[in-house]
Design a protein around this ligand. Sequence first.
Ligand code: NAD
Ligand code: ZN
Length: 358
Amino acid sequence: MKTLTVDLGDRSYPIYIGEGVLGEAGSLLVQARLTGALAVVTDSNVGPLYAERLSRVLGDTPLICTLPAGEEHKRLAQIEWLCGQFLEAGLDRSSAVIALGGGVVGDVAGFAAASFMRGIRFAQIPTTIVAQVDSSVGGKTGVNHPAGKNTIGAFHQPEAVVIDMTLLQTLPGREARAGLAEAIKHGVIADAELFAFMEEHAGAIVAGDPRALERPILRSCEIKSAVVAEDEREHGLRAILNYGHTFGHGIEAVTEYKRFLHGEAVALGMHAAGVMAEALGMVDAAFVERQRACLTAYGLPVTWRDLPVAETLALMRHDKKARGGTMKFIVPDRLGHVVQRTDIAESDVRNALEALRA
Ligand SMILES: NC(=O)c1ccc[n+]([C@@H]2O[C@H](COP(=O)([O-])OP(=O)(O)OC[C@H]3O[C@@H](n4cnc5c(N)ncnc54)[C@H](O)[C@@H]3O)[C@@H](O)[C@H]2O)c1
Ligand SMILES: [Zn+2]
């Protein structure tokens, strides 16, 4: 088992990573001061697979709250329902919440923990790649509103994150590959060696070999932790994690979140950002080709023939991350390094979108 620390002063917390660490969750969570009555929040896919196992290692039988699976249930109504369950079971300020599931469960359970009794402790046991390399670390919690994704929420850091790669074995392949787009992203923005490792071991990683997955997950958590430690509330540096996301959000919006999984839209977005960086003279053609080949090796899309360029561009202008009328782009200037640019001409953005249709 490997242990990392997210360095946030007196709110610092450990991330435990290893094959089979779920079996040690009981003692790890006690070490992380998660004592008192516990509520496990999970969803209707993950609960039947892992909740009983978790419950057994926790000792005292915890309250188990099962949300219906799916992004469409990431709603405020679930917060009210969860708080009702907590009250009925007699949870109080000394109780804690354990999120067992993907990013949806983590975001909803974390926000319920942030809100219940004005904030109780919580821990994350992520069960998807997205959650293990991204959403379980960093303390962003919340729900969607019909008018916008992730528009209601709070920063609430967990007390611990327990990452067991063996839980990924039941994850549908498409979900796994989409999650790996975020790990490839971490390589491009901060670690050329991670990128090279992911290029070299694509086969074993896609096949879900826990040993091959350890490094991408560990390095992703290290990179995300370091960024969050520096800029917890996204005043600056944290924006580099949005590489590929300005284009990606536009593509998700134009397809009404139906055609692509988030990671697939991010893969398209990373390719567009690479093409744009080349046009701006920031990287060479070899960079773009290497990134394209790597995304493709993970079964991720880098082209979408029917992409409606004008509509996507219009939606990108409305993206919440665009401020003061300028679009914000994270652009690579070499493998393992990116810069933020707010001065990119709309024609360059349009050309990059056009390139995705090729
Ligand atoms: N808080 C953050 O910083 C942050 C970062 C990235 C994404 N997110 C959020 O995360 C969400 C996406 O997360 P996700 O991709 O994990 O989606 P998800 O939680 O919906 O999980 C995807 C699907 O896989 C199922 N599943 C989960 N684990 C499984 C397992 N081990 N075996 C079998 N099935 C399993 C789920 O029930 C679901 O059907 C979005 O709502 C996004 O906004 C948050
Ligand atoms: Zn993302």
